[in-house]
Design a protein around this ligand. Sequence first.
Ligand code: PBG
Length: 347
Amino acid sequence: MTTASPKTNTSAAQTQKIISRRPEALTRRPRRNRKSPAVRAMVRETRLHPSDFVAPYFVIEGNNQRQALTSMPGLERLSADLLVREAEELCRLGIPAMALFPVVPSERKDAEGSEALREDSLLLETVRLIKKEVPDICIVTDIALDPYTSHGHDGLLSNDGVILNDETVQVLGAMACLQAHAGVDIVAPSDMMDGRVGHIRACLDSINKCDVSILAYSTKYASAFYGPFRDALGSHPPQGDKLSYQQDPANAREALLEAELDVAEGADILMVKPGLPYLDIIAMLHENFPLPIAAYHVSGEYSMIKAAAENGWLDGPKAMHESLLSIKRAGASIIFTYAAKEIAQKL
Ligand code: PBG
């Protein structure tokens, strides 16, 4: 048996009466702090500044060369001479640093990534040129083998396809020394091998490069958001994935262990990557470690916003600004972003 609900036959006049009844007096009205642009500016906790950004670039051979990147709208691969102009522009905009990634022609890739240890490699020559012309720019370089290996992995492979940790770390140490000699300010190991930060620190110190900093890609997830970056470098691993060395996106606490090791081994800055999907990790590292926290707003994050904006589905600049602001709010004081220039121009 169901009981009949009481008849609610509110008349139009009664509805009008209810609507015109004012709410009780409120002592707490958070909207007061949002009432005008001036008040909103006063209470704003987080602001983006050009000095928060590191601008990543893809380097190609030759002079006056540029190649559009289809999966990263608005970006191009650039030759070293054009990167000098970029470095000057970054300085003008107040962006302190650039990160360089070499596009190695496939005929120069091999299983060992030997190009990474060539003294006159494209990357090292580019670093020397930029440092000579624009000494004020801070240059960050990746330490990982993936741009150089024919198999696209960040480490050396055993015959049965296992990524060899300690053998790879030895090569990374040598790479760091070459990059330091070329004039790099910060080396950024991004390969997730165990023990790399300590070994790189020892190698750098042994050649009197104790001033070269280490920005450790401390928590680098095995992410699907790196796709456009791998298009740009031609570094998609034809076989396998990076799950045996990059971190499982399902895990948070493991990030504490990775960070703890990197701090103990001498890292100067800890990075979380990607950015927006991992704000919890950024906040956790910020809370637990006294080092500056960096975050990489990666290629896929950039391209998603660009693609949606091109379709008219999103306000691109606003969505980009909000993403980077959120990364900063979570605790990152250094943000690697492909939108560095366009956002800095608007700040
Ligand atoms: C290489 C490296 C990658 C990125 C930075 N360094 C790709 C990868 O691990 O496959 C990705 C950056 C981006 O997607 O913007 N170790």
